[in-house]
Design a protein around this ligand. Structure first.
Ligand SMILES: CC(C)(COP(=O)(O)OP(=O)(O)OC[C@H]1O[C@@H](n2cnc3c(N)ncnc32)[C@H](O)[C@@H]1OP(=O)(O)O)[C@@H](O)C(=O)NCCC(=O)NCCS
Length: 178
């Protein structure tokens, strides 16, 4: 039987994250190049942060039936993760899209491929009406991934004590880009 929670793209396959994925997520969170764009102090995330993230992502799948997917190339190599999760932003309930890629694969449009699959799943299968994504203002690659998925800049917001830029995509905008 086909697993309806699997996301297939041209070059990648995504499956729900599991408890056994700590090492894979860690390979991204412990990388200094990732930390420079993602963590609040520019230093690699602590193991406890990765453990906590994995726990909350797993719980999100259990509670809501969607969350973060692990993506592999067709040859089986792990490239990164992307997902959609409930979040509260500026006191408002939102569904947030997130993604991160192993630096070995940066620059080959894999991030856009993962994020597009998640966005499509969210509008077509979850029937959400809007999605948001946010990043540090200096994270140009991430902002570009959002734009390529159809998101538009909305405003600045604060996350983890830092200024971030918030982007939004509604269903109408999504349908227009297809
Ligand atoms: C953000 C991230 C996922 C992007 O990965 P990637 O492989 O570069 O993504 P893609 O190749 O799909 O797209 C990147 C786009 O940004 C552009 N870009 C990258 N760096 C750039 C820069 N410094 N200036 C201008 N454009 C830039 C690329 O040219 C590409 O756009 P294009 O297709 O129009 O040419 C990756 O850098 C990452 O995992 N970073 C750490 C985690 C993170 O920051 N996640 C997002 C936070 S929400």
């Amino acid at each position: 039987m086909t697993d309806t929670r699997v996301l297939a793209t041209t070059r990648l396959s995504g499956r729900p994250i599991t408890d056994t994925d700590f090492g894979r997520i860690r390979s991204i969170h412990s990388d200094t190049r990732v930390a420079a764009t993602l963590s609040a102090d520019g230093r690699p995330f602590a193991k406890s942060h990765t453990r906590q993230a994995l726990r909350s992502w797993k719980k999100h799948w259990d509670d809501h039936g969607f969350g973060v997917w692990l993506f592999h190339k067709t040859d089986g190599e792990f490239v990164g993760y992307a997902g959609a999760m409930h979040a509260s932003i500026d006191g408002k309930p939102e569904v947030e899209v997130l993604y991160a890629l192993r630096p070995d694969f940066w620059g080959d449009h894999f991030a856009t491929e993962m994020a597009t699959a998640v966005v499509q799943f969210a509008f077509d299968r979850l029937r959400v009406t809007e999605l948001v994504a946010y990043t540090l203002p200096t994270n140009i690659a991430s902002r570009r991934v959002m734009e390529k998925c159809g998101f538009a800049y909305e405003k600045e917001t604060e996350h983890a004590g830092l200024r971030h830029v918030l982007y939004r995509l509604d269903e109408q905008g999504f349908r227009k880009t297809r």
